[in-house]
Design a protein around this ligand. Structure first.
Ligand code: HEM
Length: 223
């Protein structure tokens, strides 16, 4: 049955080359830990991606219950955490994943740096990687405000003040982030939109470029 559906689609839009391209790709020996144990360092990019997927999935489920306004945000998190079935687990995955993904991202970046994998011809992918890095930090910063408790509020206040102290552009960045005269309703709405729409869209686009470049250029090495 499935085979028939597959053949029906394939006959019309020729999808076989799409997955063959990946399936027939041989992983080089120097990145296989079964051959050289030290090759485990190549796992960190894939692990980062795995946790990014967990963040997207758990975030989608959180969004079913989270209410992005200052009167209800905190109560909706309390409900999610303490009353909703599996709520604490899904929130826990998103909460801890947010930290683990930064650790993995850091290890991946260190691997690329210390192996000199950013050198010609991979300079462009390093630059794409740096953009991804900033997007990931932005996701962490904007997500932190959403529970709308004291820790969230004051961390954001401090973060915006730090951004505001940047020479020349600082006040504009702070105004853009805060969205209004104080850290308040406008800030929460804005951080929510940036956290669930703007930055994830940017991340997916950048990751697509990251992966296309890796596929085109092949993995670097052996050293
Ligand atoms: C969400 C973030 C990221 C994901 C999911 C990701 C994923 C990957 C994956 C799966 C690879 C294949 C090799 C490996 O796993 O080590 C790779 C390679 C690479 N990544 Fe990333 N990456 C991310 C962020 C970054 C950052 C922040 C940088 C640098 C600033 C970077 C620079 C590179 C470069 C230059 C390569 C090619 C390395 C080589 O050919 O040896 N990536 N990335």
């Amino acid at each position: 049955m499935l085979r028939k559906i597959y053949d029906w689609i394939d006959e019309r839009v020729d999808i076989t080359p799409l997955w063959r391209d990946l399936a027939d790709h041989e992983v080089p020996e120097h990145v296989n830990p079964a051959h050289h144990f030290s090759a485990f360092v190549y796992c960190f990019g894939g692990l980062t991606f795995f946790i990014v997927l967990i963040q997207i999935l758990s975030g989608m489920f959180l969004a079913l219950y989270y209410v992005p306004d200052i009167l209800n945000a905190h109560a909706s998190m309390e409900y999610l955490q303490h009353e909703l079935a599996f709520g604490a687990i899904v929130r826990g995955m998103h909460h801890w994943g947010a930290s683990v993904v930064i650790v993995m991202l850091f290890l991946h970046t260190l691997r690329v740096f210390f192996q000199g994998a950013y050198k010609k011809p991979r300079e462009l992918n390093w630059v794409v990687g740096m953009l991804i890095f900033f997007v990931m930090l932005g996701l962490g910063f904007t997500g932190y405000l959403l529970p709308w408790d004291n820790k969230a509020y004051f961390a954001t206040k401090v973060g915006i003040e730090i951004a505001g102290s940047v020479p020349v552009l600082g006040p504009y960045i702070a105004q853009f982030l805060q969205g209004g005269p104080v850290v308040g309703a406008e800030t929460l709405t804005r951080f929510f939109a940036i956290h669930v729409f703007f930055l994830p869209a940017a991340l997916l686009g950048l990751l697509a470029v990251h992966f296309i470049l890796i596929r085109r250029q092949g993995i670097s090495g052996p050293l």
